[in-house]
Design a protein around this ligand. Structure first.
Ligand SMILES: [Zn+2]
Length: 618
């Protein structure tokens, strides 16, 4: 990383909305910088690494090269900087030696923190991949450190170096000059040549456990004076996927959305594009109950709200997997940090048998294949749901077995009051593959036709659409096109919605809530410079779009000014609608009739809504 750190605050001070060194006001507080750990003891979730390195510092047995591997945002670069400081700290009085607890006050500590120490060189191999860059670096190795005890070379994303560059480096690694230390960081250790690997002491930085992250974020929220409920925190931790920095980035966004004081779970769900999760869980339950009409309505509703059919099927798959895990494992373990409703999950897991869940899994998986070749993913998903809902009425293999053995027929298609399908007390999956079936109300053993109106509805729907040759049903309430190999992405918003549809909450949240668009064209998104997320993750975002659309994409940083974020635009549009409505003569009598009534929300009318008014006024 070559950019200097303009605002590395000591960890004890709260991060406040601050201007960057160049006077640009940051769009939001950057917690990841404000709370960047400054000593080994502050690194969270990396106990093994901390122990080993602390011991090495105390005993003075320092390797000549370290390799730090791990996913993004677990603290590789941070650890590298701490090592540089630990080796070079001279203590507040200028007489100290290498220490696992660098003082943070001496000239070396401060210069390293500011990224301006002459003996600590940071290089991003992602942008300096060539032999010339390495030659320059290797040449400088010959000179002793200027003022520090150790000269430290930090090479980020080292796997990006070219073969020649690696070879150039190898010679130096074979005969490392004293008082020189190389620290390599990489997300993809398999791409680092074995010759280099074998000369490094390797540390694997693990994904940080959800509960560790939760405790850490809770501490930070407390210090910042932010109220955040546990459920909201759990959602953030889950979306962070073990990365402290990604999690802090999300926390930043949530704070910005919450006006800087309180964060509730609804706001975070919205921010992460997870509000639909409850609806998907409803859908799963309808399907498992065999309620065909409600299932199809649930799918239509999700589709109107912008969910891709494929994403819905993915979610249903995830739910069936999650419920199965819930049955097998210690429940508190499985529900911690989940984005699904834990209490509901436990109830559903109890009511559904392994047989039903694994059958649902298989049908969904098969359905996903059908989806890819079907002319309309929505139609294919509707048919899949019809099949699944029917299957809810079919006997499971274990029921049939039970019947042939003369036992009673315990229907398991639908959740019911008691835990008839729950695993045997030991809870092991093998035993539970044929759970006791005796209790529970009798259910139909064979396929029961769906309620007549539902059947009619579904056949009408698919019939009409087939004759229309791929035409979508009339409910195209949002801008999202159904996915195909060449997804039509006509606007920036379309592109952002793809991140939601593909369950990339971190990117979706940032793109929707923070990103300021300067220019959009198919294949290229230009966003206003000045955001850590953009600087560090834009290539990943572009890679996602490339994967989903099959076309090359660029996400570019440019000097602004950019448009307001999508979230801001939505808020402004809503305000405007409200303003217009309050002048609407049709509403006047209504408002007069209810003194004190206020218009607080406006929703566009739904095209297939049954009897909805043009606007929903609350
Ligand atoms: Zn120091």
């Amino acid at each position: 990383m070559s950019d200097p750190q303009p605002s590395l605050l000591p960890d004890s001070k709260p991060a406040s909305g601050q201007a960057g060194a160049d006077g640009r006001v940051s769009a939001y507080r950057v917690l990841a910088r404000a709370y960047r750990p400054q000593r080994f003891s502050e690194l969270i979730g990396q106990e093994a690494l901390v122990r080993t390195l602390s011991n090495a510092m105390r005993t003075g047995r320092i390797a000549h090269a370290f390799l730090l591997t791990g996913i993004r945002g677990v603290g590789k670069t941070t650890t590298a900087r701490i090592i540089a400081r630990a080796l070079n700290c001279i203590g507040p009085d200028g007489t100290g030696g290498a220490t696992p607890e660098p003082c943070g006050e001496c000239e070396h500590c401060r210069a390293i923190a500011d990224g301006r120490h002459i003996d600590i060189l940071e290089m991003d191999a992602a942008t300096h991949t060539g032999i010339d860059d390495i030659r320059e670096l290797v040449d400088s190795v010959r000179y002793a450190p200027t003022s520090a005890r150790y000269k430290v070379y930090i090479v980020d994303e080292v796997h990006m170096l070219s073969e020649k560059a690696f070879n150039g480096l190898l010679k130096t690694l074979e005969e490392p000059p004293s008082q020189t230390l190389f620290i390599f960081a990489t997300t993809e250790v398999r791409k680092v040549p074995i010759t280099v690997l074998s000369r490094c002491q390797r540390f694997d930085l693990r994904r940080i456990e959800g509960d560790v992250l939760a405790r850490y974020f809770r501490t930070i929220a407390d210090r910042e004076g932010i109220e955040i409920d546990d459920a909201a925190l759990a959602l953030i931790c889950r979306a962070a996927e073990g990365s402290a920095r990604d999690g802090l980035s999300l926390l930043d966004q949530a704070i910005a959305l919450g006006g800087g004081t309180a964060i509730n779970v609804e706001a975070v769900q919205d921010m992460l594009g997870l509000a639909d999760r409850k609806r998907v869980l409803d859908l799963f339950e309808h399907i498992m109950r065999g309620h065909l009409k409600a299932s199809l309505a649930g799918l239509a509703d999700l589709y109107e709200r912008g969910s891709e059919p494929e994403a819905v099927v993915h979610d249903l798959l995830e739910i069936s997997h999650w419920l199965t895990r819930l049955k097998v494992a210690d429940q508190s373990e499985e529900t911690a940090g989940t984005a699904w409703d834990a209490a509901r999950g436990e109830a559903m897991a109890k009511a559904l048998s392994y047989g039903v869940l694994s059958r649902a899994w298989q049908m969904l998986l098969k359905g996903l294949d059908d989806l890819r070749i079907a002319p309309s993913p929505l139609l294919a998903t509707e048919m899949l749901i019809v099949r699944l809902a029917h299957a809810a009425d079919l006997p499971t293999p274990e029921m049939l077995l039970n019947v042939t053995q003369g036992g009673g027929a315990g229907g398991l298609g639908a959740p019911s009051s008691e835990s008839k399908g729950s695993p045997a007390s030991k809870g092991d999956a093998e035993a539970a593959a044929s759970p006791p079936m005796s209790s529970g109300p009798e259910r139909a053993m064979f396929s029961v036709p769906p309620p007549p109106e539902a059947k009619k509805e579904s056949s009408e729907r698919s019939g009409a659409d087939e004759s229309g040759n791929g035409h979508q049903p009339a409910h195209n309430g949002t801008a999202v096109e159904p996915p195909s190999d060449n997804v039509a992405v006509k606007t920036f918003e379309d592109a952002v919605l793809l991140f939601k549809a593909h369950a990339k909450p971190l990117f979706y949240g940032w793109l929707h809530g923070q990103a300021r668009l300067v220019h959009f064209e198919f294949g290229k998104i230009e966003l206003q410079r000045g955001d850590m997320m953009l600087a560090e993750r834009r290539q990943e975002m572009a890679a996602c779009l490339r994967e989903w659309t099959g076309q090359p994409w660029q996400v570019v940083e440019v000097d602004g000014p950019g448009a307001p974020s999508l979230t801001e635009q939505e808020a402004m549009a809503k305000e405007q609608r409200l303003a217009e409505l309050s002048d609407d003569p049709r509403l006047k009598p209504l408002l007069d009739a209810f003194p004190g009534a206020q218009i607080i929300d406006v929703q566009p009318a739904s095209p297939i809504a049954n009897g909805n008014p043009e606007h929903t006024v609350t």
